[in-house]
Structure formats: structure tokens, C-alpha cells
Design a protein around this ligand. Structure first.
Ligand code: NAX
Ligand code: ATP
Length: 474
């Protein structure tokens, strides 16, 4: 649409946005009973003021003003949605409190004898307080999903980790997994017709080079499928056309190897809600240097940063790039974890106790949230620990980690932008990481069910929609 046509369109669609002088305030733009502009008032003033302007200039002016008015409208709308969210959260929290009270009352009524408890208790659930029965309400297939909400207020010695596992923050007396899922759900923004594009997430992926075009694509498309509105990929010049050709839905910037890469990408940072650094980044010095600088600048803006794959190679070389940043999340596979551990501790990894090693590494990294992927995913910020062993499958095709990091980008944005009450005091990174691992494993399981040995990451991505619905929306 050319300028003239667009301005005319806006003129006819939104007469208020063309008001000259001050822009519409909340009342003038949103209240139905504000008096319509009469033909005898403003138009005369505008005629005088703009008599000498060319039509094109005039249209430009109109366009500018209507865009500003539109921005105003969205700002107000966003404020309204936020207060609605807050009200919803408060309601939800009241309901939860009631449920907790009921749970406690029922637990008191039904307190079983110690002998009954010993048989009723699933052996995999650590039990620290025999007076509180751990019952599992039926929900999907949770037999293989267990989380532990562990608190380490005292120094942890070997073996202490499991013994100390308590469910301090939850009083319903159910297995902790059932308590974490609602927290994830609380952070998921409702889909409403009032929203505008971008509100539910604008995610950036830093990665994609000549060798690896699949990894950033998997991460970016997973972010979209989980519910982000916009997904950007910042990759090298030669990777860009390839990634674009996989999907018209991604916004691809061929800037990562340009001489002013950092400045080019920094321009986008104010518009991004979270960043995933590493999928398909490669290990070339220049790319790692640019990635490092982008991490530094994103930290200044408080953007949640997920570091995966070659981003973790960078962290192993220069831990200070992310150390202590409370909105940073690392998602190593076992190889990446070993490299990181050995870089931080200067001694070989003792692979007999993954939980303890993960906790040690998180502490050494300044209580950064760490997701150690494997047969069970271990999620810890050094103080608390969750494990996710949702049944997946025996299929380990490349790219599954990219699905995880891309979706984590979205969950992290949602968790960090939710009111604190939504996560009930738990570290938002832990809640987000649990949501993403739970979803990834469910996708793997569903895809394997259909494709068995041939399962690939693309098949898993196809399952995001139904897995998400099953886990978080049913
Ligand atoms: N289609 C694509 O473009 C893909 C690109 N990828 C990218 O490939 C790059 C290198 O990633 P790698 O994971 O290969 O690099 P790593 O150096 O971390 O892994 C090296 C080797 O370790 C092996 N390994 C991985 N997990 C292991 C485990 N738990 N136990 C024992 N061995 C294990 C792998 O088979 C691999 O050959 C990254 O940028 C990554 O994002 C991967 O994401 C896979 C898909
Ligand atoms: N042995 C396993 N059993 C079940 N699920 C697993 C197993 N290993 C990994 N996973 C799941 O697969 C997901 C990806 O982990 P994986 O170790 O494949 O990552 P990665 O090697 O970084 O992936 P990528 O190929 O994308 O680089 C994790 O979320 C994890 O839940």
C-alpha cells in the first residue's frame, strides 16, 4: 500500500487517530461517550495550520500521528491486560489457598498408620515427613515423572541431597511434580482476542553458521510452536537463505559474521523478550566473540538468556560471561556438562552422582540455573532441585536439545514476566526449565509412538501442539 493509500485507509478506519495537536488520552481514545469531533471545530484549525503543506506531507503527518495514536492505544491495552492478569492471579492464589486448606483438612482426616504409609508410598518418592502422606491425584501419565523440591539451607554432604529433599513450599501433600505443573500453567498467558502481535513473546536465537542451519531453525520454530508470536534468528550471511527457505515464519537476520554484528543485533534487543544463544553457532573465534558481546549487552537489559550447544563451549572458555546472572539458564548435555564442570573445578567429573555435580556446578556459576539433560533431566539453581523423568523414548536424534532450548526461551519469558505469586516463590528459571523439559520429553514420546526408529526432531516439533495441550491445558 503506498503512503497515500495507507493514510487514507487509516483516515477512514480510525478518525480519532487523525486528531491534530495532542494525541488521544486514555479517555479520548477508549471512551465511547466522548463527543465526536465536529466539522466546525478541529478541521478548521487543521486547514489553517496545514494550508501550505503538500498533500504528501500532510499524509505523512497523518500517518505519523495515527501510528502514534495506535501505539498509545496498545500501551493502554497492555496496561489493561496486565491489571486483568493481576486480578486473575489474585483470584487463582485465593483458590489455591482454599485448596491447600482443604488438602490439609483431608490429610488430617485420612492420616494413615505408619504401616499403611509404607505400602501406599511409591518407592521413588522421597519421604521426609511421615505425618504427611504423599498422594498423587490422577493426571495423565505421571508415573514416570518425578520432581523433587529440595532445599539446601545447610551445607550438603554426599548423600545429603536426597535425604534433605522436602516439600517445604507445598502443603497439599502430593508428589511435588503435581505442584510444579500448576506453577508452569500459571505462567502461560491466556489467549485472548485483546492482544496484539508480539505480546506473548519475541524470542531471539543467536546461532546458525555454514555447517549448522538445522539447529537454529529447530530452536526458533519450536519457540513459535510453543506460543511465541515472533521468532528471530541472528545467523551468518551464508546460513540465512538456507534457514529462510525452511520456513517463511521466521525472521532471519544475516548479521552474525558482519563487521558490526554486535551493533546490528543490539538494535533488536529492546524488542526481544528472551535470547537463546548457541544452537548451531559453531566455534569460530569471531562468532564466539560476537556472541559473548551480545550476551553482555543483553545482561544489561535483564533479558533472560538460555545458553546451549556451542554457547556452552564459549561459557567453558569464559565462565564470567554469564556467571552470577540470575536470568541465565544453561542447558548442557552430558558432554557439555563435563566440559563445563572440568573448566570450573579443574578436576575430572565424578560421574557417579550427577545431581551433586550439577548442584556444585550451579553454585560455582553463581547459582545459575542448570539443566543437565539425560535419562532424567536435572534442573537446579544450587539451592533447589527438580528432576524430570517424564517418559520419552530410546530415540536420541540430533536437534532434540534445540527444541528444548527454543521452547525454554518462551517459558523463561513467561515465567519472568509473571507476577511473583504465579510461581509461588520458586525461582522462575526452575519453573520455566521444568516446563520445557517436560514438554520436550512428551514430544519425544508422542513422536516415537508414531515413527519409532525413524523419529526425527521435525516429528517431535509436529507434536508440540498436542503435547502442550495435554500437559498444560487439559
Ligand atoms: N541439524 C543441525 O544443524 C544440528 C546441529 N547441532 C549443532 O551441532 C553443534 C555441535 O553439537 P554437538 O552436540 O555435536 O557437540 P559436542 O561437542 O557437545 O558433542 C560432541 C560429541 O559428543 C557426543 N555426545 C553428545 N551427548 C553425549 C552423551 N550424553 N554421552 C556421550 N557422548 C555424547 C555427540 O555424539 C557428539 O559427537 C552445535 O552447534 C549444535 O547446536 C545439533 O544441535 C544437532 C542438530
Ligand atoms: N537418555 C535419555 N532418555 C530420555 N530422554 C532423554 C535422554 N537423553 C536426553 N533426553 C531428552 O532429550 C532432550 C535433549 O537432550 P539431548 O541430550 O539430546 O540434547 P543435545 O545433545 O544438546 O541435543 P542436540 O542434538 O539438539 O544438540 C532433553 O530434554 C532430554 O529430556
Amino acid at each position: 500500500m503506498n503512503l497515500l493509500k495507507r493514510a487514507t485507509f487509516i483516515f477512514s478506519e480510525r478518525p480519532l487517530s487523525l486528531a491534530l495537536g495532542s494525541f488521544p488520552t486514555k479517555q479520548s481514545s477508549l471512551t465511547k461517550n466522548s463527543p465526536p469531533a465536529t466539522s466546525s471545530s478541529r478541521p478548521r484549525r487543521s486547514k489553517k495550520r496545514f494550508a501550505n503543506m503538500s498533500l504528501e506531507k500532510l499524509m505523512e503527518k497523518f500517518l505519523e500521528q495515527s501510528m502514534e495514536a495506535e501505539d498509545n492505544f496498545y500501551r493502554l491495552e497492555e496496561q489493561r491486560l496486565q491489571s486483568e492478569d493481576k486480578r486473575r492471579e489474585e483470584e487463582h492464589s485465593r483458590e489455591l489457598q482454599m485448596l491447600q486448606m482443604l488438602g490439609q483438612i483431608f490429610a488430617g482426616i485420612r492420616a494413615p498408620s505408619p504401616a499403611q504409609q509404607a505400602t501406599a508410598q511409591p518407592s521413588c518418592i522421597p519421604q521426609t515427613n511421615p505425618a504427611v502422606p504423599l498422594t498423587r491425584p490422577p493426571f495423565g501419565n505421571r508415573n514416570h515423572a518425578l520432581t523433587e523440591f529440595a532445599s539446601h539451607s545447610q551445607p550438603a554432604g554426599p548423600g545429603l541431597l536426597m535425604e534433605e529433599v522436602i516439600e517445604r513450599s507445598f502443603s497439599l501433600g502430593t508428589a511435588a511434580v503435581d505442584n510444579v505443573i500448576p506453577l508452569v500453567r500459571n505462567t502461560i498467558p491466556p489467549l485472548t482476542s485483546k492482544k496484539h502481535k508480539g505480546q506473548d513473546g519475541r524470542i531471539g536465537i543467536i546461532g546458525g553458521c555454514q555447517e549448522y542451519t538445522g539447529a537454529p531453525f529447530f530452536a526458533a520454530i519450536s519457540a513459535l510452536k510453543v506460543g511465541a508470536d515472533l521468532s528471530h534468528v541472528f545467523c551468518t550471511k551464508d546460513a540465512a537463505p538456507v534457514i529462510k527457505s525452511y520456513s517463511p515464519e521466521l525472521i532471519v537476520h544475516p548479521v552474525l559474521d558482519s563487521p558490526n554484528a554486535v551493533e546490528e543485533i543490539e538494535k533488536w534487543l529492546p524488542r526481544l523478550h528472551s535470547l537463546v544463544v548457541g544452537p548451531g553457532l559453531g566455534r569460530e573465534d569471531m562468532l564466539l566473540k560476537n556472541a559473548k558481546e551480545i550476551i553482555e549487552r543483553s545482561k544489561l537489559r535483564g533479558i533472560p538468556i538460555i545458553i546451549d550447544a556451542d554457547g556452552l563451549w564459549l561459557v567453558a572458555k569464559e565462565p564470567s560471561v554469564i556467571q552470577g546472572y540470575q536470568r541465565g539458564i544453561l542447558t548442557p548435555n552430558f558432554m557439555e556438562f563435563t566440559r563445563l564442570y572440568e573448566a570450573m573445578h579443574h578436576e575430572p567429573l565424578d560421574s557417579t552422582d550427577h545431581k551433586r555435580s550439577a548442584q556444585q556446578l550451579s553454585i560455582a556459576m553463581g547459582h545459575l540455573t542448570l539443566v543437565l539433560k539425560g535419562e532424567e533431566d536435572i534442573i537446579t539453581d544450587g539451592k533447589n532441585m527438580l528432576t524430570c523423568s517424564q517418559e520419552g523414548s530410546g530415540r536420541r536424534c540430533g536437534g532434540q536439545g534445540d527444541l528444548l532450548s527454543g521452547s525454554l526461551g518462551v517459558f523463561a519469558h513467561w515465567a519472568f514476566s509473571s507476577p511473583p505469586d504465579a510461581v509461588k516463590g520458586m525461582n522462575p528459571s526452575l519453573v520455566a526449565a521444568f516446563g520445557a523439559t517436560y514438554l520436550t520429553r512428551q514430544c519425544n514420546r508422542q513422536a516415537f509412538h508414531k515413527h519409532s526408529r525413524s523419529t526425527s526432531t521435525s516429528d517431535m516439533i509436529q507434536e508440540i501442539s498436542s503435547a502442550f495441550k495435554k500437559l498444560f491445558e487439559s
